[in-house]
Write a protein that binds this ligand. Structure first.
Ligand SMILES: Cc1cc2nc3c(=O)[nH]c(=O)nc-3n(C[C@H](O)[C@H](O)[C@H](O)COP(=O)(O)O)c2cc1C
Length: 207
């Protein structure tokens, strides 16, 4: 697995590869934080069964820029001029060019870690990952046909609308990725839970 998440060059964004290679590229967006992350364990089991070359983006290694007015003005100016070679768009271009997407994110506060929201704000770029039809509807520009969302939760109350449901809506309606699925392990922090068995089951049913 290639780890492309290191902070380099421009200060904020990883030196992500954006050029096409001959092998299909699976983009692994890793929003796991803990060294002993169970979500990451499930993701690694899933990735080990895939054929594509895996490019990993570790969100805990990216210093996302502050999305203040100055940032938005600069971004709008670059988008208006279709200056997509700017380092600001590296992550968006990488996402748009991936053949398949895997996101691993623990269930936090009915959603996912804020770094994933910051990532999504960076890749939602008009002209790279989506465009608008003349009628005002988003239309996907991404190459990927499938997105797999992997998560784990401590309890059993884990509604999907602010986490998986949100990512699914973006994938299908903005990015144009129609096939979206979820692999999840829940109830991991409940006293007496057989954590290994729950993880094994999630891997077995998800792969
Ligand atoms: C900041 C934070 C918020 C959490 N919020 C929830 C929650 O809303 N619902 C829940 O069931 N578990 C919650 N948990 C527990 C995690 O979902 C659970 O421990 C999960 O397996 C962690 O994934 P990891 O092992 O990949 O780090 C939270 C944990 C943390 C650290």
């Amino acid at each position: 697995m290639e780890a492309d998440g290191g902070k380099t060059g421009c200060g904020c964004f990883p030196a992500a590869k954006t050029g096409r290679e001959s092998r299909n590229m699976l983009l692994f967006i890793n929003a796991c934080v803990r060294e002993q992350s169970r979500t990451k364990r499930i993701a690694e089991a899933y990735l080990s069964k895939q054929k594509e070359a895996v490019t990993e983006v570790r969100l805990d290694q990216i210093m996302f820029p502050l999305a203040d007015e100055e940032f938005l003005k600069r971004r709008d100016r670059l988008i208006a001029g279709r200056e997509f070679s700017d380092p600001m768009f590296v992550l968006a271009r990488q996402f748009a060019e991936a053949d398949r997407i895997v996101i691993a994110a623990p269930y936090w506060d009915l959603s996912f870690p804020a770094a994933l929201k910051q990532y999504l704000e960076q890749i939602n770029v008009l002209g790279i990952t989506f465009e608008y039809t003349p009628e005002g509807y988003p239309k996907g520009l991404c190459r990927a046909k499938e997105l797999c969302y992997i998560t784990s939760a401590g309890g059993h109350y884990c509604p999907e609308e602010f986490g998986y449901g949100y990512v699914k809506a973006l994938a299908q309606n903005f990015y144009g990725i129609k096939e979206v699925k979820q692999i999840k392990a829940v109830g991991l922090d409940i006293v007496g839970a057989d954590v290994e068995e729950i993880i094994r089951n999630a891997i077995k049913t998800g792969i």
